[in-house]
Write a protein that binds this ligand. Structure first.
Ligand code: FNR
Length: 366
């Protein structure tokens, strides 16, 4: 894996290797894919302002999330159907997160089950991403299985009443290859996605099964069936972050679902400051994902107030090129780049990365 020097190298190799159905599913954003590009380019508009002669011998990348110590502030976001990337799928991804001492988030619509992941990576800090189904009994069983299997939080996805339009999936009539299934389910709910009648099979699945009547009031229901902390994943407005806090969520993950839901929404690094400001008076943590490709991206998000940063696609690209070793390489590159950044910027620990370490490019143009 050493030949890959950047996350971009790994992405390029993965895109060249994946079959079209999976490649397009993993890489696509919603409709015109404006936000998909901006999730990345918005980081470039921020400038890091290094401090000199600080003394950086004791560099430390560790931090905490929901009370657990993590070795680096970069975790793995939930992405569906990872066995299209590698036969070991989610198991390999979770093992890499475990080895790196960080968080692995398992998607509801995964191709390895909650129990399989728990067994493969018993010491990883595991979170379970939840989609709420119309069938609340089905939903409740998922949550209770995750809790029983040792998962430490429920990341409730709040940006998905339905799936966004990803044109390539419509063109390809995306369906999960026949040898794979949605491993957390049985019967129709596990194999409904193996075929599509017209357009994207995934969108049909979501339309038929997810509960789009969901409101903030349903957090109370979720809290009534689990004692795990809840992370509201997919918030882009300060007022929603405050609502999540008032509803009893322990954290908010600023995310636009990898630009896959609605095109034209803000890049997540742009939305982050509004959300950090909105929850200042509440005791909630703020995380972000979307477009993170380098250690300096991670640094900028931390400076703007994120406690953790997560990566979705980069882990999929690592999985594609080398299974567990590929994801490990992605996390290792991000760790090394972040470590360099912390030292050269004169902020040797995570706590040293204050808001003033970053400025928007427009402030230099004045
Ligand atoms: C996702 N994402 C996602 N989110 C979620 O809550 N449940 C899911 O099952 C999935 N599945 C999924 C599949 C694929 C292929 C992608 C690319 C994304 C969104 C994911 O958790 C995360 O928010 C983004 O991937 C972050 O952006 P980057 O890191 O991919 O740029």
């Amino acid at each position: 894996m050493e030949k890959y020097i950047s996350v971009q190298d790994i992405e390029n190799a993965a895109l060249a290797r994946l079959p079209r159905n999976a490649r397009d599913y993993y890489k696509s954003g919603a409709t015109e894919e404006q936000t998909l590009g901006e999730n990345r380019s918005a980081f470039r508009k921020l400038r890091i302002r290094p401090k000199c002669l600080i003394g950086v011998s004791d560099c430390d990348l560790s931090t905490t999330a929901l009370g657990a110590r993590v070795a680096l502030p970069v975790g793995v976001s939930p992405t569906a159907m990872q066995r299209m990337a590698h036969p070991d799928g989610e198991l390999a991804n979770a093992r890499a997160a475990q080895a790196a001492g960080t968080i692995f988030t398992l998607s509801t619509i995964s191709t390895s089950s909650i129990e399989e992941v728990a067994e493969a990576a018993p010491d990883a800090i595991k979170w379970f991403q939840l989609y709420i189904y119309k069938d609340r009994e089905v939903t409740k069983r998922l949550v209770q299985r995750a809790e029983k299997a040792g998962f430490k939080a429920i990341a409730l996805t709040v940006d998905t009443p339905l799936f966004g339009i990803r044109r390539a999936d419509v063109r390809n009539q995306f369906a999960l290859p026949g040898h794979l299934k949605l491993a957390n389910f049985e019967g129709m709910m596990s194999n409904k996605i193996n075929s599509s009648s017209n357009g994207s099979g995934l969108n049909e699945y979501v339309r038929d099964l997810f509960d789009k009547s969901l409101t903030w009031d349903d957090i109370a229901w979720l809290k009534s069936i689990t004692s795990l902390p809840i992370v509201a994943k997919g918030v882009l407005r300060g007022c929603d972050a405050a609502r999540a806090a008032r509803a009893g969520c322990a954290a908010v993950l600023v995310s636009n679902h990898g630009a896959r839901q609605l095109d034209g929404v803000p890049a997540t690094i742009e939305a982050l400051p509004e959300i950090v400001a909105a929850v200042k008076k509440y005791n909630v943590e703020v995380y972000m994902d979307g477009g993170v490709m380098t250690g300096t991206d991670v640094y900028k998000a931390l400076a703007l107030g994120a406690k953790m940063v997560f990566v979705g696609r980069p882990a999929l690209w690592g999985l594609t090129v080398g299974g567990q070793a590929g994801v490990a390489r992605v996390l290792d590159i991000l760790r090394t780049e972040l470590e360099y950044t912390l030292q050269i910027a004169g902020t040797p620990t995570i706590a040293d990365i204050t808001r003033d370490m970053v400025r928007h490019e427009s402030e230099y143009a004045k």
